[in-house]
Design a protein around this ligand. Structure first.
Ligand code: SF4
Length: 375
């Protein structure tokens, strides 16, 4: 039977893992465009986009971003509307605002060059321990550990760690193991970019092989050392707490048309989807009729009201159903209407909308004959 790894007990076994992980990464990792770059800016942008978002979703966004804002100076000086448009569809828009704040700090305090020290990277807005470790190791090949969801899964299984990874004691242990592994990689002679490759191998193994459901243990490069596999506990790890039941919310939104223009509003700063644009909407408590909801959301009573579509989406722990109505008014918008702008379809295309409202935009009726749809 293979030895079960106990790096915290001083076992030499992690040194056996590192070459296996490095070999596997060089041979089997995906060829992703940011992996071909050594530019810390390109790597930073990819890491921020990849938070909460899958690689295949990020790819076109990253390519478009790098074409339009190819360096730190361009990101620092971009108009916020351009930044939001480039991020439109990725969600979690605080990320892009922090990215620009950090780019501006780099211009101000680091002469426009991405800082190399881990502490300087960690001090930038929107960058936590994981992202700082990822940039420092991938861009500068420093032995800085990383632990994200994929790495938690790989390490808890590999080392047979049964506690809740959210607990500080377990989290500290995972970071300590990740540090042992990347330090061992830094001491491997004859290996190019060993720290970068070691950290990326853990992330990649979690994404491709050591997956949440049905992991491909038969093709895992470190299966001979995996405690969970030996103890038949793969399905039990990581030991994550049960998620709270999602909260269900119902909203009504209104695509109000006047003279070929549509009413939209910009969300206030400081909240969810800050600065993005949306169609007037309101949460509808049980029993609220669409006409009252329309008056409440729009600030006036439209002359016609007809169902346009229903959109279901999820944000963090909320499951939201948005019922959308098309409505018309023949009154002049200057006549005391609610706040917002009346814009043509072409003008709306230039603005940034959260995903649910982008779907409304795509379905705006060109005439009164639009068919109801659900998504
Ligand atoms: S053997 Fe299976 S459970 Fe263990 S690390 Fe590899 S893929 Fe994950």
């Amino acid at each position: 039977m293979s030895a079960i790894l106990r790096p915290d007990e001083g076992s030499p076994e992690p040194r056996r893992l590192v070459p296996l992980l490095l070999d596997w990464f060089v041979k089997d990792a995906r060829d992703l465009p940011w992996r071909r770059a050594l530019d810390p800016y390109a790597i930073w942008v990819s890491e921020v986009m990849l938070q909460q978002t899958q690689v295949k979703t990020v790819l076109p966004f990253w390519e478009r971003w790098m074409r339009e804002l190819p360096d730190i100076a361009a990101a620092a000086g971009a108009h916020p509307e351009q930044l939001h448009k480039l991020w439109e569809g990725l969600g979690y828009y605080t990320r892009v605002r922090n990215l620009q704040k950090a780019a501006q700090q780099i211009m101000q305090h680091h002469g426009g060059r991405f800082p190399e020290s881990f502490d300087d990277i960690l001090a930038l807005p929107g960058i936590g321990r994981y992202t700082a470790g990822a940039i420092s190791s991938i861009a500068f090949n420093r032995p800085t550990p990383i632990v994200d969801g994929n790495v938690v899964r790989v390490l808890t299984r590999l080392f047979g760690i049964g506690g809740d990874p959210g607990e500080k004691r377990i989290s500290d242990r995972l970071w300590q193991i990740a540090e042992t592994l990347v330090l061992d990689a830094s001491r491997c002679s004859g290996r190019a970019r060993a720290c970068s490759h070691l950290n990326q191998s853990l992330m990649e193994l979690g994404a491709l092989v050591c997956t949440p459901q049905a992991p491909l243990c038969f093709s895992c490069p470190v299966k001979a050392y995996c405690a969970a596999l030996q103890e038949d506990r793969v399905a039990l790890l990581p030991n994550l707490p049960k998620r709270a039941k999602p909260t269900v919310l119902h909203f009504a939104a209104f695509a109000a048309e006047w003279d070929g223009k549509w009413l939209v509003r910009q969300r206030p700063s400081g909240g969810v989807n800050a600065h993005l644009w949306e169609f007037p909407n309101v949460e509808i408590p049980a029993g609220m009729d669409p006409a009252s909801a329309a008056t409440s959301a729009l600030g006036f009573s439209p002359e016609t009201l007809r169902p346009l579509c229903r959109i279901s989406h999820a944000i963090t722990r909320y499951r939201i159903t948005l019922t959308v109505f098309a409505c018309d008014t023949t009154q002049s918008p200057e006549a005391g209407f609610g706040q917002g702008l009346w814009l043509t379809g072409g003008e709306l295309q230039a603005l940034s909308f959260p995903s649910a409202h982008k779907k409304i935009l795509k379905q705006l009726p060109e005439s009164g004959s639009a068919r109801f749809f659900e998504t």
